[in-house]
Design a binder for this molecule. Sequence first.
Ligand code: AP5
Ligand code: ZN
Length: 212
Amino acid sequence: MRIILLGSPGSGKGTQAQFITEKYGIPQISTGDMLRAAVRAGTPLGVEAKKVMDAGGLVSDNIILGLIKERIAQADCANGFLLDGFPRTIAQAEGLEAMGVIIDTVIEIVVEDEEIVKRMAGRRVHLASGRTYHIEYNPPKTAGLDDVTGEALVQRDDDKEETVRKRLGVYHELTKPLVNYYSASGKDVHFGSITGVGTVDEITQKVFAILA
Ligand code: AP5
Ligand code: ZN
């Protein structure tokens, strides 16, 4: 099963990804998590990517396609994978196709911009795993600590309101066109669009209904 999760920043892609990967036994491939790992490791890619991410822009298509090509060649991707935050431009979608990857299902999660801005202020993440919480809507068992490791949760550097608004603008301009790209007749993928407003559990049930 090869799945793409599409949706604006903060729509809940990462939150839902963990339920999908558990149920279907496929890895989550989040280009955002991969870039944040490079930033933490201080690699040349990480240093470059940090500037772009903190400004709310997109890392270049060539760099991202290189990361994806290397990742999907790994053994754990043999039976499928869940792409979270990729592709993000038409050029990335075309690059994925050029690698010969056949996508089964694309799920779009839709949330209004103003709701996103409210959500991001309360987001907390466990950077090493990518696990995501919200101080009010999806709190960890112990405030400030990851449920699995007990390590500290942090706020992402790109979750400042000004940066979130910039990222939303980039989403509408460059990523939203992928909805038409994948739902166009002639594209042999199952496309489903759902609202991302409701409890985390309600959204998971909608996601599973599309995948069933
Ligand atoms: P990336 O990490 O992919 O960020 P994003 O797409 O902007 O999405 P987010 O991770 O912010 O949100 P999400 O949809 O995963 O929501 P979450 O589940 O956390 O990318 C970061 C940056 O890296 C980009 O800006 C770009 O610079 C670069 N990059 C990455 N991929 C790239 C690519 N392919 N090409 C070029 N550049 C790339 O949920 C958000 C919050 O809401 C959480 O607090 C959560 O607990 C809460 N929440 C979740 N569900 C609900 C609910 N139902 N109700 C209430 N709250 C909820
Ligand atoms: Zn995410």
